[in-house]
Design a protein around this ligand. Sequence first.
Ligand SMILES: Cc1cc2nc3c(=O)[nH]c(=O)nc-3n(C[C@H](O)[C@H](O)[C@H](O)COP(=O)(O)OP(=O)(O)OC[C@H]3O[C@@H](n4cnc5c(N)ncnc54)[C@H](O)[C@@H]3O)c2cc1C
Length: 283
Amino acid sequence: MTYEILKPETLQDAFGLLDTDDPMVRPFSGGTALMLMMKSGIFSPSRLVVLRDIPGLNGIRLEEDGSLWIGALTTLAELEKSDLVAQHAPVVTHALRHLSNRRVRNVARIGGALAHGDPHMDLPPLLSALNAEVIVEGSNQGRRISVQDLVTGYYETSLESNELIVAVRIPSQQSWQSAYRKFTARSADDWPALGVAVSLNASRNEIQDLRLVVGAATERPTRLEQSEGILRQEGRSGLERATEAAMASVEFMDDAHGSSQWKKALLRVELRRAVQEILDRNT
Ligand SMILES: Cc1cc2nc3c(=O)[nH]c(=O)nc-3n(C[C@H](O)[C@H](O)[C@H](O)COP(=O)(O)OP(=O)(O)OC[C@H]3O[C@@H](n4cnc5c(N)ncnc54)[C@H](O)[C@@H]3O)c2cc1C
């Protein structure tokens, strides 16, 4: 396998190198996902465009409106250790502690974690529940895509080949509380068989607004809109009905992590636990 590794020093140069119809040309952030695919023979690149020398893609800052701006090249370990993230989006800090192992977290970047499109990921459903968006730049113009709309299918995203995620924005979580429950078939830091992310704007039993997202058991992070409607109307007393609606509406997939029937049963337990966990904090 021969391929070129190019290291542009500006975004414009990177766009030029990526602007091709060849699907074997890819941006390279931490390389943890790409290297796995290359080693297993699933992906044979013709060109890897390494993003690490491009300035302005690192760091985490709190914006004036209370949102968190996270540069696309921020490693998952930096995210895990960030005081700003712990203070303003603590559910992310907790989830990262069980996202793979320290060696992977030291190398993998948030941009790569969101652009990969593998359904078995923790951050896409979680950041979708937090209503986060990715800030995307391309050779022509930039745009913002909600994390919920970023992954469109099994390893498919709405990114064009010459577009890059340059940052992630998590809106202010003031008055919102969140929980993420990850269920693995093996060790606690394994890839999830099911991930359930819940964000609630609630006081006692009353739920003003909410976002429920299931990942890993489905081809792409899936919003549980019917269940959201039930909980919005009925509060805690609607939990059983909301869980039933989720199980009926989601298309689960069979894979090496477990059968669709098993994942359906897991969703029943984990969705209820995640919602209850937050409501119990408020009583
Ligand atoms: C052993 C192991 C265990 C793992 N366990 C888990 C787990 O439990 N939970 C979990 O969520 N994940 C897990 N992962 C996956 C891991 O989170 C991803 O491999 C990692 O987040 C990808 O980030 P990266 O920077 O290495 O991406 P890369 O490998 O560099 O890229 C991944 C994809 O994104 C594209 N890309 C990269 N950066 C950008 C950008 N800025 N803009 C547009 N496209 C871009 C690349 O072209 C490629 O298609 C595991 C990985 C390994 C190797």
